[in-house]
Write a protein that binds this ligand. Structure first.
Ligand code: HEC
Ligand code: HEC
Length: 325
């Protein structure tokens, strides 16, 4: 961010310079100079001012997103928490945080030592590097308290309180307190593995400006305390399943589709298809990755995550997707 702050200062100076130039041109005696020069320099000033405001806003959002201090928290690590954490992490986090394969993509296998540069490999490298973190105790989390790990999910900030770029676009802040505790307990039990690649964010000036302009969509607000709806085969619990199975992260907050943004092309409304399916057909599709018309999901639709859902969770998801939001 230091480089971005320096670039921001340069842009600010250029804006002031263009403003001064505009002032000078409109005060000249020659009429053509007044009009043509005034419009040209005026437009340049407006453009530079817009970049200054948006990039400044983006830089401030990263440096000071306004997250509360990490709570004092010690997770007990009961067998129930470890089992729940195992289920959630291997559904929800492994797709990005798993060990990277020879092709540079996550393998969805352990160890969860990260290293995947999601922005570069998904075609938005111009926003800077966003490299998945090492989640094993061999990485930076070894130096985090339970409360600090809690804040990475609930408020999507690192230990210093700076906003996490890609994590801030995910619905992880909607996970219940209990589930976050289970995730922390499970991560602590992973065997420590090191990661030699540089992890974390290195947001470019363009990336900061685009964040400032809201081009990645506005993330959902986090509540102070989150309680999951009662577990069961209901549309309400299904919405919660759609949160940790990531469906809402891509298909929009109500799983009704999402428009194209700087992070990728538009994502379709899954309800249109699911509404036409029986529960059995839905199970078949989500477990095999093949739609009833015989067309397989492309790589952009990570059905392997969903295929690991329990029967009850998948049934709840079906109830949610077939109930009007
Ligand atoms: C879509 C990809 C993706 C998914 C899914 C994902 N992460 Fe991340 N995560 C990242 C990236 C990329 C970073 C690097 C910082 C950034 O850009 O947010 C990161 C960073 C982190 C960090 C580091 C925080 C710090 O202080 O630097 C933690 C902890 C973390 N993720 C935990 C999780 C957990 C737990 C889950 C599952 C509930 C999860 N992540 C799911 C991509 C992902
Ligand atoms: C990483 C983003 C991502 C996640 C996570 C995701 N999807 Fe998708 N999904 C897509 C994309 C992109 C498509 C469109 C694929 C294509 O071009 O056919 C899609 C397609 C679909 C379709 C087919 C729609 C149609 O009319 O062909 C269904 C149904 C669906 N997703 C359901 C789900 C469910 C349920 C979940 C959660 C378990 C989920 N998706 C998670 C990105 C995602």
């Amino acid at each position: 961010m230091t480089t971005n702050i320096i670039i921001w200062l340069v842009v600010l100076i250029l804006t002031l310079g263009a403003g001064w130039l505009t002032w000078r041109t409109v005060r000249t005696q020659r009429m053509w100079m007044k009009v043509a020069g005034g419009i040209g320099a005026g437009l340049l000033t407006i453009l530079l001012a817009a970049v200054t405001i948006l990039s400044g806003k983006g830089i401030l959002t990263f440096l000071s997103p306004g997250a509360p201090a990490a709570p004092a928290l010690t997770v007990a690590g009961t067998p129930e928490q470890l089992a729940r954490g195992d289920y959630l992490v291997n559904l929800s986090c492994i797709g990005c945080h798993s060990v990277v394969g020879a092709d540079g993509n996550p393998t969805e296998e352990h160890p969860l030592n990260g290293g995947w540069n999601i922005s570069a490999s998904e075609g938005f490298g111009f926003v800077g590097d966003m490299v998945a973190e090492n989640l094993t105790p061999g990485g930076k989390l070894a130096g985090y308290s339970d409360g600090e790990i809690f804040n990475t999910l609930r408020h999507r900030v690192d230990k210093e309180g700076h906003l996490l770029g890609f994590m801030s676009l995910l619905p992880v802040n909607q996970l219940s307190d209990d589930d976050v505790h289970s995730i922390i307990a499970y991560l602590r039990t992973l065997p420590p593995v090191e990661q030699t690649a540089t992890t974390g964010d290195k947001i470019s000036f363009l990336g900061a400006t685009m964040f400032g302009a809201g081009m990645f969509g506005a993330p959902e607000e986090a509540a102070e305390t989150v309680v999951a709806p009662a577990e069961g085969v209901s549309a309400e619990y299904g919405k919660y399943v759609a949160t940790y199975a990531e469906c809402r992260g891509c298909h929009g907050a109500d799983a009704t589709g999402a428009p194209a943004s700087a992070a990728g092309p538009a994502v379709p409304n899954p309800r249109l298809l699911v509404d036409t399916l029986s529960q059995d057909e839905f199970f078949e599709m989500m477990r095999t990755g093949v739609k009833p018309d015989g067309v397989a999901f492309p790589d952009t639709m990570p059905w392997t995550i969903a295929s690991r859902l329990t029967d009850d969770d998948l049934a709840a998801l079906y109830a949610y997707l077939t109930t009007a939001p």
